[in-house]
Each structure stands twice: as C-alpha cells, then as structure tokens.
Design a binder for this molecule. Sequence first.
Ligand code: KG4
Ligand code: ZN
Length: 335
Amino acid sequence: MEQPLILGIESSCDETAAAVIRGRTLLSDEIISSASVQAKFGGVVPEIASRAHSDAVDEVVLRALQAANVKKEELNAVAVTYGAGLLGALLVGLSFAKGLAYGLNIPLIGVDHIRGHLAASYLEDETLAPPFMTLLASGGHTAILFTKTATEFEVLGGTLDDAAGEAFDKVARVLSLPYPGGPHVEKLAREGKNVIPMPKMLKGLGGYDFSYSGLKTHIINYVHTKEQKGESWSRADVAASFQSAALDILVEKTVEAALQYHVGTVTAGGGVVANGYLREKLSQACERAHLKLVLPEKKHCTDNAAMIAAEGLIQYRAGNFSPLSLNARASIPLR
Ligand code: KG4
Ligand code: ZN
C-alpha cells in the first residue's frame, strides 16, 4: 500500500489527540486539551489527565474521522503512543486503539512519543528524506540527533541534566508564571532585553553535550539575591536573558553538527521548537550556513496526533506492527 490511511492517537500527557493521514498528507488533526484544568495545580495531575482522556478519546477520534471525511472501515492501520508518558494516560489511548484495530482487523502500530516528535517534520515537507541533522527539544529530552534513515538515528549529544522544556518550566516557576512555563516565558521575554549576564559554562563542555543546571541555579540565585537586598529587577529581562542563553546553545550545536557531518538539511521537533525566538535564530543560522531547514508548524511541535500518525506511516512502511498485548511504558530510552 503506497498511500495508507492511518489514524494516529496520542494521550501521553494532557492532550487527547487524533489525526488522519493518507500517505504524508494530513487529512485531519484534532485535539482536546486538559492543560487549563492542570494549570490550576501547577503541573499535570496524572489521575485528572487519565479521566480527561477517558472523557475525550471517543469524541476526538470521531472528530478526526469526520474532519478527514473518512469512515473507520477505510483505515489501513491505527498508530498510537505507547510511551513514554503517564501510564494511566497512555493506557486510555492505547486501549482505545487496540479495540479499534481488533474490531476493524487492521494493524496496530505502537509509537514511541519522541519518534513522533521527530516525524512531525515529514508532514511539513513532502520531499524531506534522511540523512539530516535533528534538534530534539521537548519537556523530557534535548539532544542533537544524526538521522541516518527513516528508522535510525544516532544521538550525538545532548543535555547532561535538565531538558530544555524542563528548564523553561523551572524558570517559569521562579518568575511566578503558570504551567506550562515555556510559552509564558517566551511571551514575557518579548517585553524584556537580554541584558543579564548568564554563565558561560554552557558552551565550555565540548562535543555536542551541554548543561542547563548552572543556568537554572544562576537565575534562582539572581532572583533571590535581588529580593534579599530589596533591589528592583525585571522579570522580563530575566526571561529574555534566560531564553537566549538556553536556546542559542541549541542553535549553535545543531548547525555545528550539520556542518561537521556534511548533511545539507536540518529538522527539529518537540515542544520547545514552538518557541518563536528559537525558530527565528535557527532559521537565520541555517541560512548563513547554507543549510535547508524544515521546521514543523508550531502546533505540530507541542503534543499532537498528526506526528504520531506520521511516525506510524514510517513504521507501516518498515512493516513494524505491534501485538495486541503491547503494554504502555512510562519511559523509553532515546534510540
Ligand atoms: O514536546 P512537548 O509538548 O511534550 C513532551 O515533553 O513530550 O514539550 C513540552 C515542553 C514543556 O516543557 C513546555 O514548557 C515547552 O515544551 N514549551 C516551550 C514552548 N512551548 C512549549 N518552551 C519554550 N517556548 C515555547 N513556546
Ligand atoms: Zn511531547
């Protein structure tokens, strides 16, 4: 089957999402989010997420099929996130997908959520093909990957401690910004200037590894010292200075890797790639280095089901199907 019709389902965190693709063409892309409910608690409460998924999964899949103008009987496969994520949340999507695949007698494709983030770029550019260099920057992972084939990548380096998204979320808390922190830090940063000196240690590590712990500690100390001394300080300037330091390093390492490995194309994926500053800086740096850049749309950087369907297509073409006994996994190593 050249252009299979695949339903993707995602429920690993606080978004219940479903999407339909035909080949690489996205036909529908639906999402029901419980983020506003979770925001009241300053983070995702697993039990609330599971319940929200249970309430939403039926509706979101129905919407995706209707918007794609597709009957479920026409589907060739169901792709679903089986990890990493919150177990209870994952089980809702996974159980639903198993029921559907079994009932329709079509293959089930268990998708690694992170590989989903990486596959989002394929939806953006129909001609995209490996090899390319990939920046992965999500809430749990931040790494530079050398994508060799559709199913294989090599991890060249990455964060030694916090993921980029995690660093944004932690700094957001210091700045009393709501969950999820990333978009709020970005918004505040637009009102500020990159004028507060940040530790240089980020760049001194060599290779493609980097660390966010020094940066995070620096911000916490800066704010505490200012408050203890009763001095005024600008939240917006802290946001802007942190954002530059945290993201410039990613741009620099990604471009460096693409040049060193002689690949002409760069892609990116994960929630942090929705950040406008990162997108702009990466575009400028790739242009200067004569590299082609393929960035997924912002809504395909944060969690969504279109990317799960896109990774489902890769696995479908590779003949990788999952048994109905597939279990959910809280964590999956980056590989
Ligand atoms: O990829 P993602 O949606 O979920 C996974 O971790 O798989 O990433 C979520 C992370 C959160 O830490 C969130 O704060 C961050 O991505 N994020 C952003 C932005 N939008 C989401 N970070 C910086 N700027 C943004 N605009
Ligand atoms: Zn994600």
